[in-house]
Write a protein that binds this ligand. Sequence first.
Ligand code: GRF
Length: 195
Amino acid sequence: MKKLVVFASGSGSNFKSIIDAAEEGRLDSTISGLIASRDQIGAIEIARKHDIPWKVIKPSDFDDEQTFGAALLHQLDQWNPDLIALAGYLCKIPEEVISHYPARILNIHPSLLPRHGGKGLYGHRVHQSVIDSGDRTSGCTVHLVNEVYDDGPILAQREVPVLKGDTAETLAKRVLKEEHDLYPKVINTFLKQKP
Ligand code: GRF
């Protein structure tokens, strides 16, 4: 059985959709652990409920990116994942982690990248940016993580319409529904293709 580790910073609804997929036999992987960038987030509650080991590793507790990266690698070593899935993780992944897991870190972003991605574009800011730009279509993107925010090779996208009168909240909700369906599927396909 393959092993997956999830990184999260927030409510963890994507994390929950991955757990649901695993529990319902739609994911050929166990979820070995959750790395949280903050205390008391929804994702930790979800991990507790589902008996998934979790660990808080905050970038602010470290002097620099290298020591933060070393702490992440130390924890990842214990869980030895085949794949890492970022699910609403708001911190930059240190380079040493990326090079330790080449082409084994996925992210989901709530827009059709390369539109509305990059540093500072997270959460409702993404959806506000879509609305302000006048785009008629938005969606979500699953991509491989590299050293640049939201820049790695795209693996899959799902579109949703931007409706007249949409707010960042209403658009976020429509996109999130697709994220929950798309991400576990892409993770599963990706894991199956990996040796
Ligand atoms: C999602 O929209 C995801 O695309 C983005 O952050 C949000 C996380 O939501 N990276 P949740 O914590 O999974 O509910």
